[in-house]
Design a protein around this ligand. Structure first.
Ligand code: RFL
Ligand code: PHB
Length: 388
């Protein structure tokens, strides 16, 4: 088989890249190791920057998002005795949209089906060959048969655990990693959201976040030790702990109910440079991970995919420069979003091992934020998304 671009991974990065390339008349294929139901069962991001919303609209998958997504013009930070409302709209003129990653993925699958784009599920043992040559190819097993795709370019969109990044020889990769000493326990419940906007809470007992998917579906998170397991947390224990970490007036408004999903995610910051080796290009979680505190992971995947799609389209039109510049261009935005996610994580989580000095610095940072429009603007412009 031959395709111009072979995309490894059918998460949001791979599916969006495939759609953008197909819209430009390029022959892209997606290889995904899991089933579609498995991919759609993963509960992840919920906050979309305007940049991602614009790309989805441009790709022709903005209809349901426009009808069902919620515009948020701000967020509330309650931490260390302070309450700071960050008014995105007033400070930056921009907003964010609440629409689940699951829904974005579903819309992308539906549109790729409609236009007949090939997305092969259950692709096993995907291996990239000859990435540093002019004639790469990818081998895998599908429906019990050994298959081979010859292509011009390979896009590694296979997430943190996928094979693409590791195809780049170790001596050519520079990896930067910071592992945080806690995870996030998240639950999804069919209860109304705490407030119209998201509430980020910093408390001595640990961080908490009250988020949502829609008017009847809430997504809440608690900072938990890495040693905790989902089975350690009954729904009642989760709600009781969340209440403790919120100011009394907000805790009183919290509507509780049974969880319909519960999971723990460890937090890390990770960046692998460069995002290119020969004809292999990495995008999204395959190249970088941010802690979820700034809601940046999916949005960074989208900016990578935008740069890469435009670069590949230019390449087939005869201009190789954007593809040459891809890694540096993407990494510049990745580092800035990683800095923001790291600083939000530092400001709002509890780090008991680091002692009283850090705790006072965190409280001082929130106090400064509360009193400075410049600090609020800096937070807001990062939260709504730096320009591409
Ligand atoms: P994904 O979503 O991991 O998809 C990669 C796909 O590659 C497949 N794959 C393979 N396919 C073929 N062969 C192989 N050998 C393969 N190995 C893997 C996988 O099955 C999968 O389908 O990466 P992608 O597409 O780059 O998308 C990245 C985003 O999913 C991620 O950054 C966000 O979910 C992060 N994130 C958030 N991002 C935001 O922008 N806003 C948020 O509010 C937000 N909240 C979150 C989050 C991530 C979380 N978790 C669980 C990590 C909240 C949480 C709790
Ligand atoms: C979510 O709704 O899942 C969510 C929202 C904001 C974040 C992280 C996760 O910062």
């Amino acid at each position: 088989m031959r395709n111009q671009i072979c995309i490894i991974g059918g998460g949001p990065s791979g599916l969006l890249l495939c759609l953008l390339l197909r819209r430009a008349g390029l022959d892209a294929i997606v290889l995904e190791q899991r089933s579609r139901d498995y991919v759609l069962a993963r509960i992840r991001a919920g906050v979309l920057e305007q940049g991602l919303v614009d790309i989805l609209r441009a790709a022709g998958v903005g209809k349901r998002l426009e009808a069902e997504g919620f515009t948020h013009d701000g967020t509330l930070i309650v931490a260390h005795g302070q309450r700071v409302h960050i008014d995105f709209k007033a400070l930056t003129g921009k907003s964010v949209t609440i629409y689940g990653q699951t829904e974005v993925t579903r819309d992308l699958y539906d549109e790729l089906d409609r236009i007949g784009a090939p997305v092969l599920h259950g692709a096993e043992g995907v291996t990239i060959h000859g990435a540093a040559t002019d004639a790469p190819h990818v081998t895998f097993r599908h429906d019990g048969q050994d298959r081979r795709i010859d292509c011009d370019y390979v896009a590694g969109c296979d997430g943190f655990h996928g094979p693409s990044r590791r195809t780049i020889p170790e001596k050519l990769r520079r990896q930067f990693e910071h592992v945080y000493p806690f995870g996030w326990l998240g639950i999804l419940s069919e209860t109304p959201p705490l407030q119209h906007e998201l509430v980020y809470a910093g408390h001595d007992r640990g961080f908490a976040l009250c988020s949502m998917r829609n008017a009847g579906l809430s997504r809440h998170y608690l900072q938990v030790p890495l040693t905790d397991e989902v089975g350690d947390w009954s729904d009642a224990a989760f709600w009781a702990e969340l209440r403790r970490r919120l100011p009394a007036d907000l805790a009183d408004q919290l509507v509780t109910g049974p969880s319909i999903e519960k999971s723990i995610a460890p937090l890390r910051s990770f960046i692998s440079e460069p995002m290119r080796w020969g004809r292999l290009f990495l995008a999204g979680d395959a190249a970088h991970i941010v802690p979820p505190t700034g809601a940046k992971g999916l949005n960074l995947a989208a900016s990578d995919v935008w740069y890469l799609s435009q670069a590949l389209i230019a390449r087939y039109a005869g201009d190789a420069e954007p593809l040459e510049a891809y890694s540096a261009r993407a990494l510049s935005r990745v580092w800035k979003a990683s800095r923001f996610s790291w600083s939000m994580t530092r400001m709002l989580h509890s780090f008991p091992a680091e002692g009283a000095f850090l705790a006072r610095m965190q409280a001082t940072e929130v106090e400064y934020l509360a009193g400075s429009q410049a600090a609020q603007t800096a937070l807001a412009e990062n939260y709504v998304g730096l320009p591409y």
